[in-house]
Design a protein. Structure first.
Length: 505
């Protein structure tokens, strides 16, 4: 690690501002960008560093380096490629606390939340180590006399990963370990709002001594994304972000003949039935709605409460929202951090105001929340809005802040109809003690991830992260078996050998 420290910036425990660099062809390079942006700590308002808005020429350099590395990398036996992941897992464990602190500093979530994120990242490295089995094809002998047919999986070539701001450590790992272990080479673009975490992780990747060009990092924004989408060497794109950008990426990638998997935004409903264990349910729903300041694509944002669950649920959830401690995520006892930018704070507060204008009642109002010693932080405290009309704009908009709207309906059919009327399909949850209701919900809810008495139904690394409708564009998802499918192409060989043929064996 010591060598890497001289080149690759990490965290900023020393308080020094960090100039982000790109990592191309096995070396740290200053971007040729003419513009850079500040990277801010959303709790303290301090500038942590600067990130270059790299131009297309930097993407071109990275894609060429990756293309050059590909022929030799794909020939490295998969059993040897896996060895790099074993070492990567060890490095991530050894540097676990440092990476988690970096996530908290640039993204705002609490340290326990950042640790949870990195645990999920590491799980993906572990699952990708199954590549020797997962890359196997299949075969049939004697499809005709003396003729055999074989399916083999081969890597695609150069693949790109484009990440959002809200999980700077985990989301790149939904893709990176699978991409390289299957023999592809990678161009990674982190969110320009949280580039420090990948800067730190790439410093660790450098110490693995992967062949130059196998992993490349390009910092920047939309110009980097569009250059990726148009680059002829890049064969596939894995994207996570808002629905508008996911659609753009999916359409432009497809128009350029690339394979694409694009995870978009969300608006996740939770149904609460009267037979639910309401004490536990309200706690789990509050954690889902307000954890990570509501900036999770699996955050519960709309509670649909059935019949007589109304009063006890409202009492319990109000108490959970009011008692949640908001502050700087590195401090002990803090349960919720800030939202990512001052603009995001204004946007969330504006949506709360609009909901009230549209008829909602603010049961708990988290606007203009002040945290002592952190006057410059982008804090919004937990907010509960009751009886917002389902048809209002805010009820159909992804708020991406610590805001839960609560709606009351008469029965489970009505509630499931509301779930399926929403345009997103990332996640929906049901709270009940009835197996029959749970089965009905699992069967009928038109979403990719279903929770039964679970508030954040985040699939483990060995399951696909299954968004649906406006939350996902593509067919193969991130993580697990889908990843091995996505990052390999199938080749079918039909073969006959003359001696076997002539003997009719
Ligand atoms: P975003 O769409 O603004 O940015 C995502 C990436 O796209 C970034 O790397 C950014 O630089 C790039 N980008 C932004 N605008 C672009 C444009 N006009 N053209 C090309 N590229 C562009 O998303 P965000 O604000 O960073 O992340 C929050 C969003 O991500 C939320 O909508 C959230 O629901 C979603 N998200 C979804 C999942 C999921 O699994 N479905 C997971 C995490 C986050």
């Amino acid at each position: 690690m010591a060598d890497m420290l001289t080149e690759a910036p990490r965290g900023n425990a020393s308080g020094a501002k960090i100039q982000m660099k790109n990592y191309i062809a096995g070396e740290w390079r200053s971007s040729s960008a003419s513009e850079d942006l500040p990277v801010m700590n959303p709790a303290t308002g301090e500038e942590l560093g600067r990130v270059p808005m790299s131009p297309g020429s930097d993407v071109d350099a990275a894609a060429r380096a990756a293309a050059e590395a590909f022929p030799a990398w794909r020939r490295v036996p998969v059993t040897d490629r896996v060895q790099y992941l074993f070492k990567l897992k060890t490095l991530l464990e050894e540097n676990f606390e440092e990476i988690a602190r970096t996530i908290t500093m640039e993204c705002g979530k609490t340290l326990p939340e950042a640790r949870g994120e990195m645990r999920r990242a590491i799980e993906n490295v572990e699952v990708a180590c199954g590549a020797p089995v997962m890359m196997q094809g299949y075969n049939s002998e004697d499809i005709a006399a003396g003729i055999d047919e074989i399916m083999i999986r081969q890597p695609l070539g150069v693949v790109a990963i484009i990440a959002p701001f809200n999980f700077p450590g985990m989301i790149p790992f939904w893709f990176l370990p699978y991409a390289i272990v299957t023999g592809n080479t990678v161009v990674m673009k982190p969110s320009e709002r949280v580039p420090l975490t990948m800067q730190t992780v790439f410093g660790m990747l450098e110490t693995l001594k992967l062949p130059p060009g196998v992993v490349n990092l390009v910092n920047g924004g939309r110009d980097v994304v569009n250059a990726i989408l148009d680059h002829p060497e890049i064969r596939a794109v894995s994207f996570v972000g808002s629905t508008a950008v996911a659609k753009h990426v999916y359409a432009r990638a497809a128009a350029n003949g690339k394979r694409a998997q694009c995870q978009g935004g969300a608006k996740n409903p939770v149904i609460v039935l009267p037979d639910a264990e309401l004490g536990g349910a309200s706690e789990i729903i509050a954690d889902s709605a307000f954890g990570c300041a509501g900036q999770r694509c699996l955050a519960a944002s709309m509670a649909i409460v059935v019949g007589e669950a109304r009063e006890p649920f409202m009492d319990a959830i109000r108490q959970k929202a009011e008692s949640r401690v908001t502050g700087y995520g590195l401090e002990d006892g803090v349960q919720m951090g800030p939202v990512i930018t001052p603009e995001s704070r204004s946007r969330v507060e504006g949506l709360i105001e609009q909901a009230i204008r549209d008829g909602a009642r603010a049961v708990v109002d988290g606007r203009k929340h002040a945290v002592p010693n952190y006057a410059k932080g982008n804090f919004v405290a937990p907010t509960i809005l009751e009886d917002l009309p389902f048809e209002s704009e805010v009820a159909t908009t992804e708020i991406f802040g610590p805001v839960l709207t609560v709606h009351h309906v008469g029965d489970i059919d009505d509630a499931i109809a509301r779930v399926n009327a929403g345009e997103y399909g990332n996640q929906a949850s049901l709270f009940t003690s009835s197996g029959a209701s749970a089965r009905k919900f699992r069967y009928e809810a038109d979403v990719g991830n279903v929770g039964i008495n679970i508030g954040v139904a985040a699939p483990m690394a060995f399951f696909p992260f299954s968004g649906a409708r406006q939350s996902f564009f593509g067919d193969l998802h991130g993580q697990g078996r889908d990843s091995f499918e996505f990052y390999t192409k199938k080749k079918v060989v039909v073969e006959r050998w003359p001696r076997a043929w002539s003997r009719r064996f």
